[in-house]
Design a protein. Sequence first.
Length: 240
Amino acid sequence: MTRLLGVIGGMSWTSSAEYYRLLNLEYVGRKGGLHSAPLLLHSVDFAQIAAQQKAGDWDGAAKVLAQAAQGLERAGAGALLLATNTMHKVAPQIEAAVNIPLIHIADTTGAAIQAAGLQKVGLLATTFTMEQDFYKDRLREGFGIETLIPDEAERADIHRIIFDELCRSVVQDASRARYRQIIARLIERGAQGIILGCTEITLLVGQEDSSVPVFDTTALHVQAAVRRLLAESDSRVIGQ
């Protein structure tokens, strides 16, 4: 029997719905037929997490997510997927709370950028992810990737659109135009690729909005998770 994938979601529900859709598309794409991804989803209340983010209470948010991870492990999950970029800031606390691996979104993204032969990329994300070092440092230290971020006004617009629109399942053409403008400016500054570093951003822009390669962190995260699920399934068959 395939081990279950534990997904910590709800940050926001719109991106978690996209995770669920993509996990199943990827799984059935590889397995065929009527297969669907074997997973467990713990969906937290994003209002609480968002308030903790705003207040800088990262330890409090880490405790909520670590407890969710422990529950998923007890329920039979063999690996964890944290369905958000920003909250990977507390990935070490989550990993310390469980005995199963966490598939880190920055690692799956960094590996894809490295495989493409790129060294400098632009990052679109929440202000927490763009301005703090946890994500950029992991890309630099693990993959030798330099990360460019938009200027202050651009970062504010990106963040506002994520929280006020995309997290509420609102998609507006004016916001898409603003993101395209920011992407173009990053490319002018030397970005060889663009990271869509918030799981809601793919609701608004994609490869068609950039003249350089776009790295969709949600899709890359999903692909890594399904590869792990199928590898575990194959190893169990081989071991029988």
